[in-house]
Write a protein that binds this ligand. Structure first.
Ligand code: PEP
Ligand code: MG
Length: 765
């Protein structure tokens, strides 16, 4: 349908609402008090809709209080109060839905209030007064005659309710008890989420995309508003076209489909038409966009389909974009700068968006979505900023500037804490910082046990920035450089030059300390939008699927490019390379051959080559333990990836929240398994270490040393505590104790080891 010719009933609805809004406009401008204004509002609506009763209920102290009425007993004003969910009014507010009934008393939720005298009236229609997607009140009309209200009237009521909502918020219409319109927004709240980046942070809430404040809802000049919307639409469409047309999105894949859908919404004539209709009813451009969005939200709430809900997110994004354009309130909070210690709140973030913030003031991030492997999380981890994810609806529980205490390690976020909570948190934070300062003082001390055994303590890294932590933490090098991170944070496949530059920078920054590069571990949970294949699409078990070396050996073009980038970057130095997820020795052989062939190629081309190449394998697949006699002779070193290994040993998904804590890393099965591998490595004189998360925990690290491991590669934040543990440990008696425990019949060695450590004075942090 042509956008400029709305259907007849829409015209009538618009005309009806417009007339009411015009009259309301004058009332709002008048210099009378809030109560007088509300009294006038119910009169006007009642008259215009020829309704015998019109009432406004507002949420105050958690109850819906009758604030003004035309038609019901005036004595009931400020006396009649309903809880959320109680009676028709309470049901409307609770469900944020409209009710339109020709016989109110027949509704199961009807609650009779004798003081109002409402028994005279049969028909009833009520709409929620909504602010930030929550009901703050109800606008209701009633009739003696039992007849349902027409769609036109309901539309008009909804439009008026929207104007009322903004007035309540902006003009202090409920000046009697401001700020009490929503109880939940003022009280203390303790919430949990998905722990994405560990750590603690204290700061004030700042919304990444500040909410657009709608200052005027009733239009002065409808034609002007219409033009504003038209120009905002064309600007928004330009932006979307630019986004979808970007060269780096040129490859086919899911993301393309998503962007196309986005584009479809942006060009949806129906959406534009509905906004125009709302403008016809007398609303400003901003209010009209919000009005249409509200209606869509209400409709979508009734649909229980996750796919559609995702689409709703797209629409919300677009509507917000349109609102920002039309109101000129552009930009994210990063642009206006952070003025105090901040906890950033967002539905989701891109890595680049996060990097725009001032690191000194940014103390934490809370996301409504987010997952462990999201790019932004990788970046946040590198920046040392704690992140809590999957905190649904958090944006609606918070006000700008609310104080927040984040303790991701304890899975606890306190919103608007009490003074005592704040004090306890600050004390804990100070203690952690003091401990950290103590660890920093150990920076230049070697990781040597009390009986003189030198342990190689290295860090896991993946981004250029991570490299700094080697020095800051006093580590012995990088024991695992996850090269796929560069691929993950990039919108397109990083070309050879880019890869080489990163590897060289990392080697330069590490100085004479070794860096072990792991070839790309792509696939599984680290899927790249620009690198998909039929083999990995729709995998039921991606962690056990077409990933890592399996994928790299097949797509050997990718691996060859990486090999050359590494060989060139390490010219004149020792290059350490290791391959992920080796499952059988021939895979190791193939991977080595591929590297050797590239080295020969570069030699022919007269490139300067590394002075030596050391090849290692990651042991992550249990089957490898049965063929160590075949594998070990091919290796210069072995690195055990306990993250993947333990998930395969126990058949327990490492990302599953319920399984994450079920099997102890110190369980006897894992201990015996690792013991066997260490013994084989000792026999074959192959250095062995652990590079999974396990090594970053002090008790686990102690157990690993007790089994004979001499190299740990851990997350940088753990270097301090683990070094302190090592320096307080006497290793020889621990090795004896570990061997005893392996056959002692315990399920896990944890309690015994903790007792042992306490007795011997080992610092477990
Ligand atoms: C592991 O699996 O233990 C490991 C270190 O590799 P990633 O965590 O990158 O899979
Ligand atoms: Mg792994």
């Amino acid at each position: 349908m042509n956008a400029s010719v709305p259907p007849l009933n829409a015209l009538t609805a618009a005309a009806s609402a417009r007339k009411i809004l015009q009259r309301l406009h004058d009332v709002m401008a008048a210099r009378t008090n809030a109560q007088a204004k509300l009294n006038k509002v119910v009169e006007i609506i009642g008259e215009e809709l020829s309704s015998e009763v019109c009432s406004i209920y507002l949420l105050r102290e958690g109850l819906l209080e009758l604030f003004a009425t035309r038609g019901l007993n005036q004595d009931a004003v400020h006396v009649t109060k309903l809880a959320l969910g109680e009676g028709l009014v309470g049901t409307i507010a609770q469900n944020v839905e409209t009710l339109n009934l020709d016989e109110a008393a027949a509704h199961p939720d009807y609650a009779y209030r004798p003081e109002t005298g409402e028994e005279l009236f049969h028909s009833f229609a009520g709409v929620p007064i909504v602010r930030r997607e929550k009901a703050v009140g109800v606008l209701a009309v009633q009739h003696v005659e039992p007849r349902p209200y027409q769609e036109v009237e309901i539309e008009a009521l909804q439009t008026v309710a929207m104007v009322l909502a903004e007035l309540i918020a902006n003009a202090g219409l409920i000046d009697i008890h401001p700020g009490e319109e929503r109880r939940f927004e003022t009280g203390t709240g303790v919430v949990q989420g998905l722990q994405l980046v560990m750590g603690m942070g204290r700061g004030h809430a700042v919304f990444h995309q500040p909410r657009v404040t709608i200052e005027h809802t009733v239009a002065e000049d409808t034609e002007v508003e219409r033009q504003r919307v038209i120009s905002a639409f064309s600007k928004m469409r330009e932006q979307i076209d630019r986004m979808t047309g970007q060269a780096e999105f040129g490859v086919d894949g899911d993301h393309k489909e998503v962007l196309e859908t986005y584009k479809m919404f942006a060009y949806d004539e129906g959406w534009a038409r509905r906004i125009n209709e709302a403008i016809d009813s007398g609303l400003t451009a901003e209010a009209a966009i919000e009005r249409v969005q509200q209606r869509t939200r209400m409709r979508m709430r009734q649909i229980d389909d996750p796919l559609l809900r995702d689409r709703m997110h797209d629409l919300e994004d677009l509507a917000n974009r349109l609102l920002r354009i039309v109101s000129g309130q552009l930009g994210t909070a990063a642009q206006s700068g952070l003025r105090q210690d901040t906890i950033l709140i967002a539905r989701n973030l891109g890595p680049a968006e996060l990097l725009e913030y001032d690191r000194r003031r940014l103390k934490g991030v809370i996301l409504e979505e987010g997952s462990l492997t999201a790019h932004v999380i990788i970046v946040a981890r590198a920046m040392g900023i704690p992140v809590m994810g999957r905190m649904r609806d958090v944006r609606h529980q918070l006000n700008d500037g609310d104080l927040i205490l984040m303790d991701v390690t304890d899975n606890r976020v306190v919103i608007r804490p009490s003074v005592s909570m704040d004090e306890a948190f600050s004390a804990k934070l100070a203690m952690t910082q003091k401990k950290r300062a103590g660890y920093a003082a150990m920076r230049d001390l070697p990781a040597v046990t009390r009986d003189g055994i030198r342990i190689e303590l290295m860090v896991n890294a993946g981004l250029r920035d991570d490299v700094a932590s080697v020095d800051v933490m006093g580590a012995d090098g990088i024991g695992l450089f996850r090269t796929e991170f560069q691929f993950l944070v990039s919108a397109t496949l990083p070309q050879r030059e880019r890869q080489q530059r990163l590897y060289r920078d990392v080697l330069d920054a590490a100085g004479n300390k070794p860096v072990i590069f792991r070839t790309v571990d792509i696939g599984g949970d680290k899927a790249l939008p620009y690198l998909r294949s039929e083999d990995s699409d729709g995998e039921e078990n991606p962690a056990m699927g077409w990933r890592a070396l399996r994928l790299a050996l097949e797509r050997d073009g990718l691996m060859k490019v990486q090999a050359r980038a590494l060989l060139d970057a390490a010219a004149g130095r020792t290059l350490y390379v290791m391959f992920p997820l080796i499952s059988e020795p021939w895979e190791m052989e193939e991977a080595r051959k591929l590297f050797d062939s590239q080295r020969e190629l570069l030699a022919v081309q007269k490139h300067k080559l590394p002075s030596a190449i050391k090849y290692g394998a990651m042991l992550e697949v249990p089957a490898l333990a049965e063929v160590l006699d075949q594998l070990l002779p091919m290796l210069d070193f072995l690195s055990i990836g306990t993250n993947d290994l333990t998930q395969f040993l126990f058949a327990a998904d490492r990302a599953h929240p319920k399984l994450a804590e079920r099997y102890d890393w110190l369980s006897i099965a894992i201990m015996r398994f690792l013991d066997r591998i260490v013994k084989a490595c000792v026999e074959h004189k192959v250095p062995v270490g652990v590079c999974g998360e396990m090594g970053g925990r002090t008790t686990e690290a102690m157990a690993l040393l007790g089994l004979g491991m001499r190299r740990l590669s851990i997350t940088p934040a753990s270097v301090g505590p683990v070094k302190a543990m090592i320096r307080s440990l006497e290793l020889a008696p621990l090795e004896i104790e570990m061997q005893r425990l392996l056959t002692s019949g315990v399920r896990t060695v944890r309690p015994a080891l903790m007792d042992w450590a306490a007795e011997k004075g080992v610092e477990l942090g």
